[in-house]
Design a protein around this ligand. Structure first.
Ligand code: CA
Length: 225
């Protein structure tokens, strides 16, 4: 991990939980900014360009955690770790609409939270970079800025969608199996199955346009370029 730790925005209205998260993250070297509702949180995100957002589902005011996550997604790529009081919200949290990077169900151990934050940041900020920008036709995958552009226009992707695109771009022209993609993007300990890859590829095609040079290689998997 970089010696220079980044900023974490924590959006949580329960002061006890917020203080605990604040304490443990600061102890681990992060700069922590706390918000008690969605509006305040979105302002902090805009001002501080955080590395990750920790987001409670149930928030006071007009925006709940799901609304806040959609706003974050609409504006760019920042990883989101959800806090939830309910097991039955997990499918929605990890689903395509919100595409959160991880979640914890309350009550959780603050040490576990720090470990999860570290794991997300390892995945999203320490991808080995071969070329800074990979170009295929009018698609540019900017690995340093973590941006995908089509015809010069930035396309909003979830962190996982970008990671998948970046992994394909780092292996330009090579057919990769679904298992290779799962291991490379989701990590060996991911519990999902290979359809996860298909669903995310479909999302990339939808967002980046059907003419995207992302080919299905029958009997193998996928290839970019
Ligand atoms: Ca709450």
């Amino acid at each position: 991990m970089n010696p220079q730790n980044g900023t974490v925005v924590v959006i949580e209205d329960d002061p006890h939980i917020a203080d605990l998260v604040d304490l443990y993250l600061r102890r681990d070297g992060f700069r922590v900014l706390l918000a008690r509702d969605g509006d305040q949180g979105l302002n902090l995100i805009k001002e501080s360009d955080p590395w990750i957002v920790i987001l409670d589902v149930g928030l006071p005011g007009k925006l709940d955690g799901f609304d806040v996550c959609r706003e974050i997604r609409a504006k760019g790529i920042i990883p989101v770790l959800f806090l939830t009081a309910r097991d039955d919200e997990v499918d929605r949290i990890l689903g395509l609409e919100l595409g959160a990077d991880d979640y914890l169900v309350k009550p959780f151990s603050p040490r576990e939270l720090v470990a999860r934050v570290r794991a997300i940041l390892r995945r999203t900020r320490e991808t080995p970079v071969v070329h800074e920008i990979v170009s295929v036709g009018d698609l540019e995958v900017d690995l340093r800025r973590r941006e995908a552009r089509r015809g010069g226009e930035v396309v909003a992707l979830t962190t996982r969608e970008f990671d998948l695109l970046a992994f394909l771009a780092a292996n330009l022209g090579l057919a990769l199996s679904r298992q290779q993609l799962l291991d490379g993007v989701w990590g060996a300990d991911w519990y999902g199955d290979e359809r996860t890859v298909d669903v995310h590829v479909a999302q990339l095609r939808k967002k980046l346009g059907e003419s995207l040079p992302l080919a299905t290689v029958w009997g193998v998997g996928y290839r970019l370029g």
